[in-house]
Design a protein around this ligand. Structure first.
Ligand SMILES: Cc1cc2nc3c(=O)[nH]c(=O)nc-3n(C[C@H](O)[C@H](O)[C@H](O)COP(=O)(O)OP(=O)(O)OC[C@H]3O[C@@H](n4cnc5c(N)ncnc54)[C@H](O)[C@@H]3O)c2cc1C
Length: 387
């Protein structure tokens, strides 16, 4: 059984780019194949939580993330009622070290650019506009034979499926399984940030919620959650009006921001889906990471963190020089429980916060006012555990 000297990464997203840099820094050959001809990053902003920052220290991009993103100076995160009145705040611990913020919020495009620049510095080849057409992992063969969509072929010691929620590698390994709609949708828009708005606040409404999240000195994103029974397909032209209407009940800073949502291209509407893949997440010398195998609802804002942790652990194990057959079960042992805990906890938090019915709103807001800080502290204590 040979050590892993050549790795193919399928997917140049957050997990794929992080893995490429982590492997290159350890002197392990890899190449990436990305289906998009160029990176059109859909989305507004995102949280890069402390456990992701800790993992990303390994690839030397944390300073750029802190510099080009935003964070509250005192690491406090607020929960508010539908009128914008504060119910509670959580002071999130600094997992990545005392000198780094607890969490950074950043434009998705900027995070992608930082990772892409880091890949560029390594010289790792990224084939754009191509994918894998077939994977032949004959145990008797010295390596995994891969045929690409452009007709070329090559042999690798390990193939990593980092190809996101609709992973083709997952289908090749385990047969087709579509992501499951959770019943919720997310409405996101990036807007100019008023100079005096300097806090991250989630407002709880009746069966819906709205976050106001700075992502740079001059920008913020609004992230709203609604229940969408039947997973409707909205006409793109209607999205600004629908977003304004659906969140019209929110007060505080919301009305002055929502009124700026006027153009269809401003609004990113996403039906929230999950991937729950039974263990093991590998077969032979092929493994799935990130959303390809455990895409979760974003109520804990941890999907990218889990994807990043997945590949940092994988790179560490690959660098031990042991064969795929040895390291993949170890990788599972270090990743499965944690990723499933996030997936289940995140959805439970979302479901608890978006219930409806007589007296429910009052019960939810009273619960959050009383319990939010200790619940967040307990959750982040677990995120702080070594991976
Ligand atoms: C509304 C919403 C808000 C979120 N907010 C947060 C947040 O605040 N913080 C957080 O940590 N997470 C958040 N997440 C989750 C986060 O976006 C994902 O968990 C993360 O992007 C997963 O990274 P990935 O690399 O596994 O997949 P992706 O980022 O999806 O990357 C997959 C890549 O593979 C490529 N690809 C697809 N198919 C193929 C193929 N066949 N061949 C080659 N390439 C292929 C894609 O083009 C893409 O570049 C949120 C998710 C949603 C839906």
């Amino acid at each position: 059984m040979a050590s892993i000297a050549r790795v193919l990464i399928v997917g140049g997203g957050i997990a794929g780019q992080t893995l490429a840099v982590a492997l290159a820094r350890r002197g392990i050959f890899c190449e990436t194949v990305e289906i998009k001809p160029d990176f059109q990053i859909v989305g507004a902003g995102m949280y890069v939580q402390g456990n992701a920052l800790r993992a990303l220290r390994e690839i030397g991009v944390v300073e750029a993330i802190v510099e080009r993103g935003w964070h509250p100076a005192d690491d406090r995160f607020f929960t508010a009622d539908v009128n914008g009145a504060r119910l509670a705040h959580s002071r999130v611990p600094r997992i990545a070290g005392p000198e780094l913020p607890a969490t950074v919020t950043i434009r998705r495009r900027v995070l992608h650019d930082i990772l892409q620049e880091a890949v560029g510095r390594t010289g790792v080849r990224v084939r754009m506009g191509a994918t894998v057409a077939a994977i032949d992992d004959d145990p008797a063969a010295a390596g995994v034979a891969v045929r690409f969509s452009d007709g070329t072929a090559d042999i690798f010691d390990l193939v990593v499926g980092a190809d996101g929620i609709r992973s083709s590698v997952r289908t090749m390994l385990f047969g087709r399984s579509d992501p499951v709609f959770t019943g919720y949708a997310n409405w996101r828009v990036t807007l100019p940030k008023p100079a005096d708005l300097d806090a991250i606040t989630w407002m709880m409404g009746r069966g819906k919620s709205l976050g106001i999240i700075p992502i740079a000195a001059d920008h913020l994103y609004l992230a709203g959650v609604t229940k969408e029974p039947g997973n409707p397909r909205y006409d793109r032209a209607e999205l600004p009006r629908l977003m304004r209407e659906k969140f019209a009940e929110f007060g505080g800073a919301a009305p002055a921001l929502l009124v700026q949502v006027q153009r269809p291209e401003q609004v990113v509407y996403t039906a929230i889906e999950e991937v729950t893949q039974p263990a093991p997440w590998h077969r032979g010398r092929v493994v799935l990471v990130g959303d390809a195998v455990h895409a979760s609802a974003p109520f804990w804002a941890q999907g990218a963190s889990m994807a990043i942790e997945d590949v940092i652990v994988l790179a560490e194990l690959i660098a031990t020089g042991r064969p795929a057959e040895d390291i993949l079960p170890q990788w599972m042992a270090r990743r499965y429980d944690r990723a499933v805990w996030v997936q289940q906890g995140s959805l439970e938090t979302g479901e608890r916060g978006h219930r409806e019915g007589p007296g429910v709103y009052e019960a939810i807001t009273a619960y959050l006012a009383a319990n939010m800080p200790k619940e967040v502290a307990a959750r982040f204590a677990k995120f702080a555990e070594p991976i």
